[in-house]
Design a protein around this ligand. Structure first.
Ligand SMILES: Cc1cc2nc3c(=O)[nH]c(=O)nc-3n(C[C@H](O)[C@H](O)[C@H](O)COP(=O)(O)OP(=O)(O)OC[C@H]3O[C@@H](n4cnc5c(N)ncnc54)[C@H](O)[C@@H]3O)c2cc1C
Length: 325
């Protein structure tokens, strides 16, 4: 049965997040031959609407308002609930990002809907759509079918294939006026930390350091290595607790969950709480001086050795390959 599926587009640092294109891909599967309706909220979002159409949206509703300049759950839910009320979508897809994790349960409860969160795969099985999601901190997966009501899901970044981009694809862009009031929080400004380069949760390659990296200076070497690879830098909680890097880099059960194409664990032992955040990465490489370290049980490739000897050599070799020397 074809459905109308609503997708929320997310803009970060003046760019649509990649996961928004993946969300359109997910919505196209759920919609079958139905309509994919994307929504953009903000105070200057019109310019991004075409790109959503190029990635597969049939129609884009844009809502611009000063009170939507920064994300607040009050402002976003007010706008979205009015759109949902008018459009009656049979499916809704958000990204499983900080924003999506905050907003989706709130919207689901307001519209009296269930929610399948953190979906990593979507399959069509006859009349059913199967949603796969990790459970028990990634140690198992469950498949869910939504039998009634709205198919409301959040998708984990880097797992669902985005719909093929075509600049020739056309669609309708509909600016909509919605009065956004009753905000309980007014965000005046967001002061961003110095950029740490590639966004960790969407990075295709992650280089993560653990307590074995031993110092902030050790992390500088890791940044150098990440830089030649075009990778984002992450960390174990051990490294964060030791003060070698910021907690925003923490990967694991109580940190970020990442699923890059390549995860390189450097001086990380592979505690279960760390594995919860990275074990679903497509390829895992571990560098550790202890051959019995648990990280080697999940690694596809392992280097047993002192990271302070291995990292400079790897950095140099990759640099040579990149410059073609
Ligand atoms: C409730 C709870 C939640 C938690 N959440 C998280 C979480 O989200 N993320 C997380 O990561 N942890 C989490 N932890 C902590 C987790 O249990 C581990 O303590 C932590 O992951 C260990 O970090 P580590 O691997 O860097 O350090 P260690 O376990 O100390 O391992 C360091 C590794 O470096 C290797 N090494 C040392 N020197 C070198 C060298 N010169 N060259 C190569 N290798 C070297 C060692 O062989 C060792 O394997 C949590 C714990 C609890 C209780």
């Amino acid at each position: 049965m074809s459905k109308k599926v609503l997708v929320l587009g997310e803009i970060s640092n003046q760019k649509l997040r990649n996961v928004s294109f993946e969300a359109i891909g997910a919505a196209r599967t759920i919609a079958r031959d139905g309509e994919v309706l994307a929504v953009l909220l903000g105070n200057s979002v019109q310019a991004f609407a075409d790109e959503l159409i190029h990635y597969g949206a049939d129609r884009v509703i844009t809502v611009e308002h000063e009170n939507l300049k920064h994300y607040t759950s009050d402002g976003y839910s007010q706008a979205l609930l009015e759109i949902i009320d008018g459009e009656n979508p049979e499916g809704i897809v958000f990204a499983h990002t900080a924003l999506g994790k905050d907003l989706a349960p709130r919207i689901a409860s307001k519209i009296d809907s269930g929610l399948v969160s953190d979906v990593t795969d979507i399959e069509v099985d006859g009349d059913n759509i199967l949603f796969t999601r990790p459970i028990y901190s990634g140690k198992a997966f469950e498949k869910k079918i939504i039998t009634d009501g709205i198919s409301f899901v959040t998708i984990r970044p880097n797992n669902i294939t985005a719909f093929e981009k075509s600049e020739a694809r056309t669609g309708e862009i509909v600016p909509k006026q919605i009065e956004i009031n009753n905000l309980r929080t007014i965000i005046k400004d967001i002061i961003q930390k110095k950029s740490e380069g590639v966004d960790l949760s969407e990075a295709k390659i992650v280089v993560a350091g653990g307590r074995g990296v031993k110092s902030k200076e050790g992390f500088d070497k890791l940044y150098e290595f990440a830089d030649v690879l075009g990778a984002a830098v992450g960390a174990s909680r051990g490294a964060c607790d030791a003060g070698y890097c910021d907690y925003s880099l923490q990967i694991g059960q109580t940190g970020k969950v990442v699923t890059p194409d390549l995860y390189i664990a450097v001086g990380i032992s592979g505690a279960i709480q760390h594995l919860a955040g990275m074990s679903n990465s497509k390829k895992i490489v571990a560098i550790n001086k202890d051959a019995d370290s648990n990280i080697f049980n999940v690694a596809d490739y392992g280097i047993v050795g002192d990271l302070f000897e291995v990292l400079p050599k790897l950095t140099e070799e990759i640099r040579k390959i990149k410059v073609g020397v």
